[in-house]
Design a protein around this ligand. Structure first.
Ligand code: DQA
Length: 159
């Protein structure tokens, strides 16, 4: 069995990381973030990944260091990271530096369209580190990211 066959046989695993205050979804500014709870969104993410033949693990923290450590975990055994760093998008060099260590697709997701909002939200410390970004699609942005990542991984294993 060559290396490529081994890689192809392992089920693709993606890590979905949610930053601070996203544990409050459902109760937090629904006009921007919608009415679904994080638990409902995570369930849908896992189902969408399963429908695409992948496994999704989800993680949320309100702490920058915990998010950094989770990103470091993704250096081994994961095929892609989907991340909504929430407020840390606009402030965190530490999260940017952690993402720079990854050699897999990174998709930046925001529920709201950050460009329709306060000027300080227009700056993302991870925009140029991310492979792609979705913003303004609400929770559907996560599902779109999962499907896009599945296609990226499929394409990479064909090449
Ligand atoms: C957010 C946008 C950020 O500006 C904000 O701080 C968040 C959520 C979004 O998903 O739209 O917490 O990342």
């Amino acid at each position: 069995m060559n290396e490529k066959t081994t890689v192809d046989n392992r089920q693709s695993t993606i890590l979905v990381i949610h930053g601070p205050n996203l544990n409050m979804l459902g109760r937090r500014e629904p006009a921007w973030y919608g009415s679904a709870t994080l638990e409902e969104i995570d369930t849908e993410i896992k189902q969408t990944a399963e429908d695409c033949g992948m496994v999704a693990e989800t993680f949320q923290s309100n702490h920058e260091g915990a998010l950094v450590e989770k990103i470091q975990d993704a250096m081994v055994g994961y095929d892609a990271v989907i991340i909504n760093p929430a407020a840390y998008t606009h402030t965190s060099v530490a999260i940017r530096d952690a993402l720079l260590m990854l050699d897999i697709p990174i998709i930046e997701v925001h529920l709201s369209n950050i460009y329709q909002r306060d000027a300080f939200r227009h700056k993302s410390f991870i925009a140029d580190v991310a492979t792609a970004r979705l913003a303004g699609f609400g929770k559907e942005g996560y599902m779109m990211a999962v499907r896009a990542v599945a296609e990226m991984i499929r394409k990479e294993s064909r090449d």
